[in-house]
Design a protein around this ligand. Structure first.
Ligand SMILES: [Zn+2]
Ligand SMILES: [Zn+2]
Length: 200
């Protein structure tokens, strides 16, 4: 399905459970993943249940949206760095989606993520660049299209992702995302509305 068919508005609701971060402290480097809850009808999706300072706080944020951990139907890994995946087992009933498969219990269901539909207003697109296997979660809401993605760590980039194996591929993925996104939810920072200063 071409991106032009991504609905400009839809029925999903998007809630950030933790704004991601990377910061130096006296005891070392602290890394938190942006963790996002998307609800669309029967689909309850958690994107990137990775590193957090407190699992209890993450689950409390979930319950704050009237969602219990066992009610989560789907988990999405934007890519396979542990800072975005290590807490997936907090959601025992969820299917897990990554770039090339769905994992459901002990079922390994191979498929390409690009264009995969999780619910009427939530889909996945392939956005390689931070790694070769990155995907983004696209949610059409009443207020526009929200995209959870590691194509940016935060609003200011970094313009050249230091992990990227291919900056041209990253630029192409950013262009693809910017063509549809009203709001970007980046890997390690608060959500932002893209503008002229957004690294491309
Ligand atoms: Zn990463
Ligand atoms: Zn990251």
């Amino acid at each position: 399905m071409p991106d032009s068919q991504i609905p400009a508005t839809g029925t999903a609701s998007v809630h950030v459970l933790q704004d991601g971060y990377v910061r130096e402290a006296s005891d070392g480097e602290h890394v938190g993943s942006t963790v996002t809850l998307i609800i669309d009808g029967d689909a309850v999706v958690v994107v990137d249940p990775g590193m957090v300072s407190s699992r209890e706080a993450l689950l409390a944020a979930l319950v704050g949206h009237s969602v219990t951990p066992d009610a989560v139907t789907d988990v999405v890994f934007s890519h396979h760095h542990p800072d975005h995946t290590v807490n997936a087992a907090l959601f025992p009933a969820a299917r897990i989606h990554d770039h090339w498969a769905i994992y459901d219990g002990d079922l390994w269901i191979s498929r390409a993520a690009d264009g995969a539909v999780l619910s009427p207003s939530v889909r996945l697109i392939a956005t390689p660049g931070h790694t070769a296997e990155d995907i983004s979660t696209v949610a059409s809401t009443a207020g526009g299209v929200y995209v959870c993605t590691h194509a940016w760590w935060g609003a200011d980039g970094p313009a050249d992702d230091p992990f990227s194996p291919d900056l041209k591929l990253l630029a192409a993925s950013r262009a693809r995302i910017l063509a549809v996104a009203s709001v970007i939810i980046p890997g390690h920072g608060p959500m932002f509305v893209p503008g002229p200063d957004t690294p491309r």
